[in-house]
Design a protein around this ligand. Sequence first.
Ligand SMILES: NC(=O)c1ccc[n+]([C@@H]2O[C@H](COP(=O)([O-])OP(=O)(O)OC[C@H]3O[C@@H](n4cnc5c(N)ncnc54)[C@H](O)[C@@H]3O)[C@@H](O)[C@H]2O)c1
Length: 275
Amino acid sequence: MELPPNVHAQRLAGKVAIVTGGGGEGEFLGLGATTAILLAAQGAKVGILDHSKERGDYTAGLIAGLGGEATVHVADVTDPASCVAAVERVVDAYGSLTTVVNNAAIVGNAGTIADGDLAEWAKVIDVDLYGVLHVTRAALPALCRAGGGSIINISSIAGIRGMGASAYAVAKGGVQALTRDTALAHGRDGIRVNTILPGHIHSPMGSLGGESVRDLRRRSGMLGTEGNPWDIAWAVSFFASDESRWITATELAVDAGTTQTTPLSMHRYTASTDD
Ligand SMILES: NC(=O)c1ccc[n+]([C@@H]2O[C@H](COP(=O)([O-])OP(=O)(O)OC[C@H]3O[C@@H](n4cnc5c(N)ncnc54)[C@H](O)[C@@H]3O)[C@@H](O)[C@H]2O)c1
């Protein structure tokens, strides 16, 4: 695995981070794994919280190979008790907690509002929205004890645009509302809470549709270049660092401008394969 350039090994020294869904496998890593790796490569100690031990161990092995520090904490974000236990283990391991990245999510297969499966709707909202709530509640006491910290919630542009994403979109919209509310409730504790909205990046979750769709994904952004999970991990790094000390309750779309334009404006780029 090759790190992106410009990694400053001390940028996050002294930070202790939990990354939910930080597990990975193979060479094609998702956002959780790249985030855990980039935080660790910049000096943070990282607790990887994942319900898959194998995936957690895989990312931890990559971090160890880079000389970074990470431990794996098997927990299900839908189970409040397991979130509390995971946070306690991270604090036991590293002495404090300063940073939480709520990344774990599923897309699910909830179907449409008219005839979708309600049990699947509940499952997606349980993982993607209640999971953020449970981990945040579990982490808040430790963040307060640390004198403040940064919570970074990973939403999606599906939370702000009609994309046919059904329960996933509803959960992600809820994550954005929860971000603002938590930022207000805990601003005076020195806790910043921000949302990142990844766009159409090339990732294991976002790789459906084959090469022609991949090319359209690339061309649908103003920049016309392909985004990848490292692009999200860099944005997380900024919110995890003290460089963002005066930024809270905000939403950052990391999407090459996709959500700031219209299909008609982009037609000249998306109608053909000519750039
Ligand atoms: N990949 C994309 O294109 C894209 C686009 C927009 C937003 N996002 C968001 O980015 C985040 C990461 O997505 P990704 O595709 O990179 O996934 P990822 O590769 O980070 O994998 C998700 C991880 O979450 C873990 N997980 C799933 N359910 C869990 C649970 N109940 N408890 C604990 N761990 C659990 C899985 O084991 C897996 O390791 C998600 O919040 C997703 O909604 C992704």
